[in-house]
Design a protein around this ligand. Sequence first.
Ligand code: ZN
Length: 376
Amino acid sequence: MIHTGICSDMIFLCPICVKERPYPTWCEGCGVKYFERHYENWTSGDQIIDKVIRYTQENTKIPVDFVEWIPYEQIEIRGKVGQDGFGSVYNAFWKRGPMFMNKNMFKSTKGIQIALRRLKNNTFHESLMGLYKSLKCFNATNFYTENAVYKPEISPIIRFYGLTKDAKGYMFVMQVAERGDLQKYLFDNFDKMKWYDDKLLILANIANGLRIIHENGLTHRNLHCRILIGKNGEAYITDFGPVNNNKNSIAQKLNCSAPFIAPETLKENIFTPKSDVYSFGFIMWMLSAGVIPYHYRKYDEDLKNSILIHGMRPPILKRTPPSFEDTVLSQNIQEIIQEIELYIKRNTPKPLPPPKNVNNSSGQNSSHIAIGPMPI
Ligand SMILES: [Zn+2]
């Protein structure tokens, strides 16, 4: 686990080029040169994949925005954790780990847990192009808006470490989210979750991730079932670029995710930032309900027709904070972020004055929602 120092105002001096760098674990110029020196040492066996990986390495700016070719010998698969219409996901261990800088040395992390995503062969190259288009989101450093109260130090977008290949084909190597997908997390933890302490952290991360995606001219298209939860309860958005832009995935979404998809999208098959915001509203609803909308019904053509023809919507639940009740009607993600920020400001307990005669030297602020350092 490496802290990037992204939120810090400190400047570090690179011992190699003797130029200032904003991150203790990376130098933009020296990082690019390091990767260029090693181009001849690897190939994926596929020219397009090589090109995409090199593009990320030639444009790396922060310690987490590049992708590497990872020989399969460096991977240990621990087990299959899921399968959906796009392919399979495995728990695995990357024995070498991603590169970072330690003083004047380029080093690999000492092995990390990873998730491997194997896509169906007929969608792989299309998905790779999705990854290429979404690279700008991976090197975004504006994890939160100006004047935000909630200031995470990690990106709300799941990281891509690179690609690997076994006898069956290529796989994406991704950051692991220890607590699984949002639906499972709610099932396991809903009874003890509180709005301020737990749910806001999830909503703020998703909203900021969606903002980054929209600011880069992209749409997610499948937000509701692509939210993962990390070990501290923080949320990550995944699969918006590499997996989510091919024709098969769009057809599948319309058939099995109707309650989360805006009616105009259901009618016309056109996804927009507004349709992502509509899906976000239903994630808020899930955080009030603890279950997916219409969990007692099959997601089929009948349900889709009930929504489209009869205008069926799930009820607003009493346990939803009043300020969020109309959020589903918001037109853009910035409005939602402002609502979340206002809610946090209104509900942040004022720190108690230190008790007399007690030397409080911890320096901790109880009102700050703290989450862990960026995993790389
Ligand atoms: Zn340097």
